[in-house]
Design a protein. Structure first.
Lengths: 163, 442, 280
């Protein structure tokens, strides 16, 4: 089983990684690169806690072979967090108590980023539809929906389409 | 002191861990790793009820990365001690099964290996020689003569001070039934409910140079878990340093002390950090649930809505082991009559063992199934006697100073005031006499 | 437990060649949404996996009256295409956003019930599948592609390369009953395509999923519609009853057999009533 080298762009930086065939992006970022914000909840693509953005599009990293993102732009929550302070989406989640245990939050926040990039002023229904793949066992979702509405207002349509 | 003087109470206070959560910097158990860390995976029973004849590790040992296996013989005190710490006995669940297994998924042997993959591969290659025994899955069938017996005291029920169930006797229900205008019966059944936290159960146990062990865990009950682990490993409590408090969803599902003792033992035996986390499948199929409950109600009711007699026979499905269910049944017995003043009450609340996934704690366990049953039964009564369901409850609501069936005096009753508020909020109009009612002593 | 090789052929021809070369030891993977969970859980342990992401099968070609859909077209791409509303609805109702970005139209045809809702729409539209093998391509009606539970008409050397579907001339309706409003396995899914001549049903296609070993057409229910002449309440009731009787539902974690059968009756009725109420 010969290891391969795969090159891609992670959180804005070009990297080369050595992986075993079909290693998942989830396993790579968490176990090999120590980027633990991307969570592991089910390894089935069913809970959404492993959500990452590939070229701005949400995907389940637990089902995504690293080879499939060769040459692509991958964003994890670490890539959204500024060096100081918070991204407006993170601010909104914090202020609206959209976080309890925090385990679904990285996935939820990245989904929000993808949604607001595509649709800067989503309706409540559009927000709900965007979140169907992300499970939260704590909040009952209402604070999360409100946080996303608040984030949309904060961004005021200023966020461009992400790389 | 008025609200505006208070800095925290009555104010919206931001969570201390909120910033960690939104930046993804909060560390959860599966995020923790050490350079020489080992992984523990459990060999589990494929059968719901069986005698263990032998275990063969020879194929498992050949898997590259295999380090060692642990069986019941390695566990210093091979018994979970959850209930003894709150004064309820006996303790009957082994940490690792010795001669018998009582549910599908019960832990039999722990495999420790260099990688998670190696541990899973080795665990899958362990050969179990089991003699399958007849299994029982239904609470009432488990109490029938001839049912397979799960416990060494010869019965499938928990013994409450010499009795086969938790008993409440108040007044004389037979007299109540005799004078009642209506007899209304109901059978209520809840299903087992899985907590399904987004983060699965897990811990990392790490030996320290000074001879202590640090255990990082997502248990909801840090010191409770430390105490149990020390008792099972037969070591002084001060040898253990438990680090936790960050729980990716618990809801009662992370109080069974199910991973820490064996992971800590593995760390002691190997001298290396050991991580033991549940897969999603283990979390769903093996970890404890809020157990299922079956409740039979027989009520004697007068034309004017007064319930004069209530008889409840209930069966809690504890599954294969006690865990917290005997305690839940006691709580249940105190609540299953409902927040109502009834002069004659007879309750038999059984804690029954079946060859199913053990039930344990989950938000209001014991009482939540009772709430469901008692309120549906109240609606059934209202419909049967032709009375408004709100009115039925006002008529029967208990007041401060009333005596509950288990002899406790009612204090701080607020059912009446809560219903009045609910009526206001939902725009439901109540007759004047119920708007004027209070929970004051009669 | 680890896979020895992950092959990523750069063309369909290369993919077919690799399949012929490696046969049984090769697991073919499209978007990974079905295969990867099985590999992650250790249920599937292939020696080699072949991914079709770069095999040039990601396209939607529109002609006057039909679509040729490459098997690797993602569900997200398909749900953005408005040419066939029935198909757009079916793909929109499959999975959540992230899964639709990864899952493919072709791959979804292999999802066992109660998943696999794209095929319901395709069956109602008389879709055909193009199978590519060593000796060339062949076209097969989708209805003939399914041969049993998790079994199909693919020869060992064949890959499903393309789906061909005509733009429907009649009225179409798609309804799905699940435990949630979205991102849910089906209790039952119904897709209907009725070609009307005034009040009369000239041709009827009624496809169901999650009530049999694979997506299927309720042919007796269809016959009733065509024989009856009018799409009135009597006909609709009779057709729905026939559909409920002829399907073969199963019990699983989502729903019991009796409940599924009941829902077939209700949802077929709703679908037909919607068509009856639709403007020409």
């Amino acid at each position: 089983m010969a290891p391969k080298i795969v090159s891609f762009i992670l959180n804005g930086r070009e990297i080369d990684v050595m992986i075993k065939p079909l290693m998942t992006l989830q396993k790579l970022v968490r176990d090999q690169l120590d980027y633990t914000a991307t969570k592991t909840g089910c390894k089935q693509g069913g809970c959404g806690s492993c959500t990452v953005l590939v070229n701005g599009q949400p995907m389940m990293s637990c089902l995504l072979p690293v080879e499939d993102v060769a040459g692509q732009k991958v964003t994890t929550l670490e890539g959204l967090t500024p060096a100081n302070g918070l991204h407006p989406i993170q601010e909104a989640f914090f202020e609206k108590f959209a976080i309890q245990c925090g385990y679904c939050s990285p996935g939820m926040i990245l989904m929000t980023k993808a949604l607001l990039d595509r649709n800067p002023n989503p309706s409540r229904q559009e927000i709900i539809e965007a979140l169907t793949g992300n499970l939260c066992r704590c909040t009952g979702y209402e604070p999360i929906i409100e946080a996303i509405e608040a984030a949309a207002k904060k961004l005021n349509g200023k966020e461009g389409v992400s790389p | 002191m008025i609200i505006s003087d208070l800095k925290v109470v009555g104010q919206s206070v931001q969570r201390r861990d909120g910033l960690g959560h939104v930046t993804g910097k909060t560390i959860y158990i599966d995020d923790i790793k050490f350079p020489d860390m080992l992984h523990l995976k459990m060999v589990r029973s494929p059968a719901p009820h069986a005698r263990i004849k032998s275990i063969d590790f020879s194929d498992a040992e050949k898997v590259p990365g295999f380090v060692r296996a642990l069986t019941h013989q390695d566990v210093p005190k091979n018994i979970y001690t959850i209930l003894c710490l709150i004064g309820v006995g006996p303790d009957e669940e082994p940490v690792l099964a010795a001669d018998k297994v009582l549910y599908k998924g019960e832990q039999i042997a722990a495999i420790v290996a260099e990688t998670e993959d190696a541990a899973l591969e080795a665990a899958s290659r362990v050969e179990l020689d089991l003699e399958e025994l007849p299994a029982v899955y239904d609470v009432e069938e488990a109490l029938q003569p001839g049912a397979p017996i799960l416990k060494e005291w010869g019965a499938n029920y928990f013994v409450y001070e010499g009795h086969h169930c938790r008993r409440v006797r108040f007044g004389d229900v037979d007299q109540g039934f005799a004078e009642a205008d209506f007899i209304i019966e109901g059978r209520y059944q809840t299903s087992p409910i899985e907590h399904a936290p987004t983060e699965t159960t897990g811990c990392v146990a790490k030996p320290e140079p000074d001879g202590r062990l640090t255990v990082y865990t997502n248990t909801q009950a840090l010191f409770f878990t430390l105490d149990n682990t020390a008792l099972i490993l037969n070591i002084p409590f001060n040898k253990l340093h438990f680090v936790g408090g960050t729980v990716g969803g618990g809801f009662g599902g992370k109080v069974d002390v199910i991973v820490e003792p064996i992971a800590t033992l593995a760390a002691m035996k190997t001298g290396r950090p050991v991580k033991y986390t549940f897969s999603r499948e283990e979390e769903m199929r093996v970890s404890s649930t809020r157990g299922a409950w079956r409740m039979y109600y027989k009520d004697g009711v007068m034309k004017d809505g007064r319930i004069v007699a209530r008889q409840v026979t209930s069966y809690a499905d504890a599954g294969a082991y006690n865990r917290h269910t005997p305690y839940a049944v006691t709580k249940h017995a105190a609540n299953v009559g409902g927040p109502y003043s009834i002069p004659n009450v007879h309750i038999d609340a059984h804690c029954v063992y079946t060859n199913r996934q053990p039930g344990s704690a989950m938000r209001g366990f014991g009482v939540t199934p009772a709430s469901f049953a008692v309120e549906v039964q109240m609606d059934k009564i209202a419909e049967t006697i032709g009375m408004d369901p709100w009115e039925l409850r006002f008529v029967n609501a208990y007041h401060n100073g009333d005596v509950k069936p288990h002899r406790k005096i009612v204090e701080d009753a607020t059912l009446i005031e809560t219903m009045q508020a609910a009526a206001r909020l939902t725009g439901h109009s109540l007759p004047e006499k119920y708007l004027a009612m209070t929970s004051d002593p009669r | 437990m680890s896979v020895k090789e992950y092959l990523l052929p750069q063309s369909l021809a290369e993919a077919v060649k690799l399949l012929a070369q490696h046969g049984d030891s090769l697991l073919v993977m499209a978007g990974g949404t079905i295969t990867m969970p099985l590999i992650n859980d250790g249920i599937s342990r292939p020696d080699m996996v072949m991914g079709l992401r770069h095999a040039g099968l990601d396209y939607i070609r529109h002609s006057n009256s039909s679509l040729s859909i490459g098997a690797m077209t993602t569900l997200a791409e398909m749900s953005g295409d408005e040419a066939i509303p029935l198909l757009q609805q079916a793909t929109r109702n499959t999975g959540g956003w992230a899964i639709r970005n990864m899952g493919t139209v072709g791959g979804n045809l292999f999802a066992p019930p109660p998943a696999g809702d794209v095929a319901v729409a395709l069956l109602a539209l008389d879709a055909q599948v193009k199978l590519a093998g060593q000796s060339g391509d062949r076209l097969l009606p989708l209805a003939d592609f399914y041969t049993g539970f998790m079994s199909n008409a693919l020869q060992p050397d064949e890959l499903l390369a393309e789906i061909q579907v005509s733009v429907p001339q009649g009225k179409t309706v798609y309804l799905k009953a699940g435990r949630k409003h979205a991102n849910t396995p089906a209790i039952v899914t119904v897709a209907a395509h009725l070609l009307m001549d005034g009040e009369q049903v000239k041709e009827a296609r009624l496809a169901l999923n999650a009530v049999g070993p694979h997506p299927l057409r309720a042919t007796r229910a269809e016959e009733i519609l065509v024989k009856a002449g009018r799409l009135d309440e009597t006909t609709i009731t009779a057709s729905a009853a026939a559909a409920a009787e002829e399907c073969e539902p199963f019990t699983d974690a989502i729903a019991t057999e009796w409940y599924r059968r009941k829902m077939v009756g209700i949802y077929v009725k709703r679908v037909l009533a919607q068509i009856a109420g639709k403007e020409a």
